[in-house]
Structure formats: structure tokens, C-alpha cells
Design a protein around this ligand. Structure first.
Ligand SMILES: [Zn+2]
Length: 119
């Protein structure tokens, strides 16, 4: 994968990250509507510096997704993006364009799911 592709996937990942944050921000804002604290500050600035209260507003599913997105961004920075955690083969770009934060290829994912259902 070349630099342009990395940049493209990075932008996608940051977009997912931002949409999760703004969703929670909206939820948080509606819950604490009478608070005069400017809620807009929460999602501003670096992607990785979250407000603690914001983190508490995240559901388990959102938190897990956000973690995967963060990991994927970290992998882009390390030049390891798109490599399956299990078999260390390249994850097909078609899969990454659907799920940019995928950390495993489809084969390994199926294997893990099977393993989990057996247990
Ligand atoms: Zn794999």
C-alpha cells in the first residue's frame, strides 16, 4: 500500500472516530442541557485527547470500535496497516474499504468465530 492509500484510509478512520465522538457529544449535551460548559471543546483538538466524561458516555460497543480505529491509525503511523493480526498476511483492500479498522482477514475472523462458538 502506498502513501496515498495510507492517507486515504487514515482520513476514513479519523472520520469514523469523529462521528463516534460527535454522536456521544450530542448524547452528553442533551443529558446535561442546563450546563453552561461549552460542549464543543470536547471533540476539538487532537483525536486522541478525549474528555473523561465523554469516555463515560460511550457505550461498550462504541468504545471497542473507537479502540480498533485508534489501533488502526497507530498501525498506519507504524507502517503496519492492513496486516492481519493472526496470519500476518495482507488484508484485502476491498475489506479495508468496507471496514477500515479491520484487524484481521476474513479467513482468520471466521476461524476465531468458529473457535468461540465451539467453546
Ligand atoms: Zn489472517
Amino acid at each position: 500500500m502506498n502513501e496515498t492509500k495510507f492517507a486515504l484510509f487514515r482520513a476514513k478512520l479519523e472520520e469514523i472516530c469523529f462521528s463516534i465522538i460527535s454522536e456521544v457529544k450530542e448524547k452528553y449535551k442533551s443529558q446535561k442541557g442546563d450546563l453552561n460548559e461549552p460542549a464543543a471543546d470536547i471533540a476539538d483538538g487532537a483525536v486522541q485527547s478525549y474528555d473523561r466524561q465523554l469516555m463515560m458516555g460511550l457505550g461498550e460497543k462504541e468504545l471497542r470500535k473507537l479502540k480498533l480505529v485508534e489501533e488502526a491509525i497507530g498501525k498506519i503511523d507504524a507502517g503496519q496497516y492492513g496486516i492481519c493480526l493472526e496470519c500476518e498476511e495482507l488484508i484485502p483492500e476491498g475489506r479495508l474499504s468496507v471496514i477500515p479498522y479491520a484487524s484481521r482477514c476474513v479467513d482468520c475472523l471466521e476461524m476465531i468465530e468458529k473457535r468461540n462458538t465451539i467453546i
